[in-house]
Design a protein around this ligand. Structure first.
Ligand SMILES: [Zn+2]
Length: 447
């Protein structure tokens, strides 16, 4: 099984999480993961709960990130079930979680790290190799080599990163595959080019000068570390005042940052790859220092009491907390306190799915319902759109041009249907490859 994610977003998709798999989990002998995002890993606890007893292979950083993300996902499932019970949303009483925190902990013992470049025999006549994908810490392409009846290479590109990401090293070139299965998330557009350092500094300086708070809702893995990195660089370049306190109010984000610090060679800022893909208006060589994610005056906030104290701060500060789309988490409390304050600012730095409070803010709403209260939003709302972890159309085509010969077939999965359709046309037009968009649960015979 390649990747083992939870369906997220629209209810019609989320209901698929409850449907039985096309084959019994006990018959699956192994799972290989491209990366730790829960839309690629979040089903694992349920697979194990339903009697999967094989191995789960992933890169070492992916294994470490799953150790914090899966239990958190179990905790959130339990919270959702409690909420549904209390509000009578569920036909079960009490409502059932998809899986629990405990189920998630149980599933962690099936993980086996695969090291870079290692070819591992994972089944009868079946080898596996991981190749850097540049999307998130530890993200990899999965190459499966089938030896019988004759050798064939299948390449699974779960999520493909960018060539000009801030932290993550770019995707590696893959010269050949007989079949390519890839994503299409941003396959029809280009990411805006902007100087994020200058924009963040301008927002921080303006807000702090008027005595407000800068609230940054951020996903705990990836975006939080990018924001810490941006703030540190802004301090070093004297674009912002080092004395402004920065509160990292997310236990999950603090744990994730520890993992980012343990795998420094995974980041381009350490592997010597920085400076080669920077935008023209960036300084070419960010100063190297021991810890790229610890800025001056950084405060790690673990417990709830300390988190609550942040709601009545006397002087301006920057607060980073979850959740990234404001669907829950500690940031909601801060927005209740500072959202009505004209001097403050909310800085949206991640993807905002439809139906979330983050999306409503982005669309210009001036009032949010939080914990049953209607909270007026009088602060400024700013958005940075250039930080996506997914390659855009140019990145995807650049990576595809690295192939020496076209795969027999390229399958586009993981993306809105219209977007996948437009990327398919673009690939056919520019590279003359055979591209298909499979239906859900479609079976394909390999030639
Ligand atoms: Zn991802």
């Amino acid at each position: 099984m390649i990747d083992c994610g939870l369906f997220q977003g629209l209810k019609e998709l989320r209901l698929r999480n409850w449907a039985p798999l096309p084959l019994p989990p006990a018959d699956i002998t192994g799972v290989v993961l491209t990366h730790a995002h829960t839309d690629h890993s979040g089903y694992i606890p349920l697979l194990v709960k339903h009697h999967f007893h094989g191995r789960i292979y992933a890169s070492a950083p992916t294994v470490e990130l799953c150790k914090i993300l899966l239990p958190d996902s179990g905790y959130l499932q339990e919270e959702d079930a409690r909420f549904a019970s209390d509000h009578g949303f569920s036909k079960h009483h009490p409502a059932l979680p998809l899986y629990t925190y405990e189920d998630a902990l149980q599933s962690l013992r099936y993980f086996s790290p695969l090291h870079n470049g290692d070819v591992r025999r994972i089944g009868d006549g079946l080898d596996c190799r991981l190749i850097r994908a540049g999307h998130l810490l530890g993200s990899r392409f999965i190459e499966l080599i089938l030896h019988r009846p004759r050798q064939r290479r299948l390449l699974f590109a779960g999520d493909i990163g960018r060539y000009d990401a801030l932290i993550t090293s770019p995707p590696l070139r893959v010269p050949e595959a007989d079949y390519l299965i890839m994503e299409a998330t941003y396959g029809d557009r280009l990411h805006p080019k902007e100087d994020v350092f200058a924009r963040v500094a301008a927002i921080v300086n303006r807000t702090i000068a008027q005595g407000g708070m800068v609230l940054i809702p951020a996903f705990a893995v990836g975006r939080t570390q990018e924001m810490l990195y941006i703030l540190k660089r802004c301090q070093e370049r004297e674009m912002i005042d080092r004395r402004i306190p920065v509160y990292l109010n997310t236990p999950l984000g603090i744990d994730a940052t520890d993992i980012y610090n343990r795998y420094l060679t995974e980041h381009k800022i350490y592997s010597g790859l920085d400076g080669t893909h920077h935008h023209a208006n960036h300084p070419q060589h960010p100063e190297r220092s021991n810890n790229p994610f610890t800025c001056d005056n950084l405060h790690l906030v673990h417990d709830h009491t300390a988190s609550k104290r942040l709601n009545s701060l006397e002087s301006p500060a920057i607060i980073i907390a979850g959740s990234g789309m404001l669907t829950g988490g500690r940031m909601l409390h801060h927005i209740k306190s500072y959202g009505p304050d004209r001097r403050s600012a909310i800085l949206l730095v991640g993807y905002q799915a439809e139906g979330t409070r983050g999306h409503a803010l982005r669309e210009g709403t001036r009032s949010l319902k939080i914990h049953g209260d209607q909270v007026p939003i009088r602060c400024t709302v700013e958005q940075i759109e250039s930080l996506s972890a997914h390659g855009d159309q140019d990145d995807l085509l650049r990576w595809l041009r690295g192939f020496r010969r076209p795969p027999h077939v390229t399958y586009l999965v993981h993306g809105e249907p219209e977007v996948a359709q437009r990327l398919a046309e673009k690939i056919r037009e520019t590279l003359q490859w055979k591209v298909e968009i499979p239906r859900y649960l479609q079976e394909v015979a390999l030639a």
